[in-house]
Design a protein. Structure first.
Ligand code: KG4
Ligand code: ZN
Length: 431
């Protein structure tokens, strides 16, 4: 224990094994992410059993790498933070078990962090780091300050956070309260998450996994107005009256009492894209594109499961090669899909911020890496005179710096995990 405010964060909730050391929740000393994309890509999605096995393989080198990159040892750490949910049960267990063992051996506290709170703190961490750099610069320029700047403090205004990833499309009202934060769920998807729609549409059109970066890269070559996709008003009664929807996102929080204007639904647009592909005879060319872009990727029927585990797929082709394989109608479809999804995310997020009196918007999660989303949210925020912030591109997708940063207020408040901490795949954030 160094007393330097050093927290080691560990994240293993889905298909990234990550570790990071963050100082005072405000300065990233290291961030190491081992992605399993290559393992899951040929299955077109995350295979839970393979994810757990890959986490087991990666966790020790990833944590060692994060300590080395930060130039610290286990003895320097003040606490260990780990994602306790939501996520895949077996994947969560790997990170939690390892974090528990390390904390016990070092005699330092263990802090359990909700993955969604982590995503929100990815933006706050970026804001704090930017503020710190600004303060440092001001100090260097003036040379008259009596003391060096300390850790910057967060704004005390309530913020509206949109967490938009492969598993979630949730809106939270976030309030700083006595050094920590409180979260109130104010909107969410009733079926698929936006990232899930990106992944499914990309797969349908013969692109790689995860689909978001492919669609992001190709959309700028198409006409976003070519296919008029529309989002209709969601009828809550359909969902409230019957059984709860069965998606991974849906399990994490109830939709009762939420304003229907702040509910998202992305399964309809996925079906609309499918219908468009069928109607315009684009299915075969999508299959041909997939075969050209990812030769050798699918599971071979003559390989045993054991051989399959060690099979190295041919490296996938680049996005430039994908572009060359896309006729204009496909590029137009991709651009129209993205334009509609980003438009819907914007409409509901700004409406929520306005009706709830939030003075700023935080957009985070894998889909927040999307360039059109960033540009349009930024322009709309400037137009409305409201602030909007994103994480760095690297911290938009899953990482452990956000887990270590989110743990800092809990560390200061003495909120530590019990020795019997276990993972909760459906863990909800806020009410
Ligand atoms: O936050 P994340 O890494 O993992 C989850 O917590 O789900 O998000 C992954 C999701 C995937 O669905 C991926 O397709 C999407 O984020 N994504 C993107 C982009 N980069 C990743 N979606 C749109 N545009 C991108 N540039
Ligand atoms: Zn995530």
């Amino acid at each position: 224990m160094s007393g330097r405010g050093l927290i080691l964060g560990i994240e293993s909730s889905c298909d990234e094994t990550a570790a990071s050391v963050v100082e005072h929740g405000a300065r990233t000393l290291s961030s190491v992410v081992a992605s399993q994309i290559a393992t899951h890509a040929r299955y077109g999605g995350v295979v839970p059993e393979l994810a757990s096995r890959e986490h087991l393989r990666a966790i020790v080198p990833v944590v060692r790498g994060a300590l080395a990159q930060a130039g610290v040892t286990l003895d320097d750490l003040d606490a260990i933070a780990v994602t306790s949910g939501p996520g895949l049960a077996g994947a969560l267990l790997v990170g939690i078990t390892y974090a528990k063992a390390l904390a016990f051996a070092q005699g330092i506290p263990l802090i359990a962090i909700n993955h969604l709170e982590g995503h929100i703190h990815a933006v706050l961490l970026h804001e704090r780091e930017a503020a710190h750099v600004e303060e440092e610069l001001r100090f260097v320029v003036s040379q008259v300050s009596e003391s060096r700047p300390g850790a910057p403090t967060d704004s005390t205004d309530p913020a509206l956070a949109l967490v938009v990833s492969g598993g979630h499309t949730h809106l939270y009202l976030c309030r700083p309260a006595h050094g920590t934060w409180t979260y109130k769920l104010v909107g969410r998807t009733v079926d698929d998450a936006a990232g899930e729609a990106y992944d499914k549409v990309a797969k349908l059109l013969g692109f790689g996994y995860p689909g978001g970066p492919w669609i992001d890269a190709l959309a700028k070559f198409g006409n976003p107005k070519a296919v008029p996709f529309a989002f209709s008003q969601i009828k809550t009664k359909l969902h409230l009256g019957g059984k709860p929807p069965r998606t991974k996102a849906a399990k994490t929080a109830p939709i009762a009492d939420l304003d229907p204007h702040l509910l998202f639904s992305f399964s309809g647009i996925k079906t609309a894209v499918l219908r468009y592909v069928e109607l315009h005879g684009l299915r075969e060319e999508a299959q041909a594109r997939a075969a050209r872009l990812f030769p050798n990727q699918s599971r071979h029927p003559e390989r045993s499961a054991a051989e399959d585990l060690h099979f190295q797929a041919t490296p996938p082709k680049s996005k430039e090669e994908a572009l060359a394989l896309c006729p204009q109608p496909v590029l137009d479809l991709v651009a129209s899909f993205q334009h509609a999804v980003v438009g819907d995310l914007m409409k509901k997020t700004f409406a929520a911020a306005e009706s709830l009196g939030a003075s700023r918007i935080l957009v985070t999660g894998g889909v927040a890496a999307n360039l059109e989303l960033r540009a349009r949210f930024t322009a709309e925020a400037a137009h409305r005179g409201i602030r909007v912030a994103f994480p760095t591109l690297a911290l938009s997708t899953d990482n452990a710096a956000m887990i270590a940063a989110a743990a800092w207020p809990h560390f200061q408040a003495g909120e530590f995990a019990a020795a019997d901490l276990s993972g909760d795949p459906s863990l909800a954030l806020g009410r």
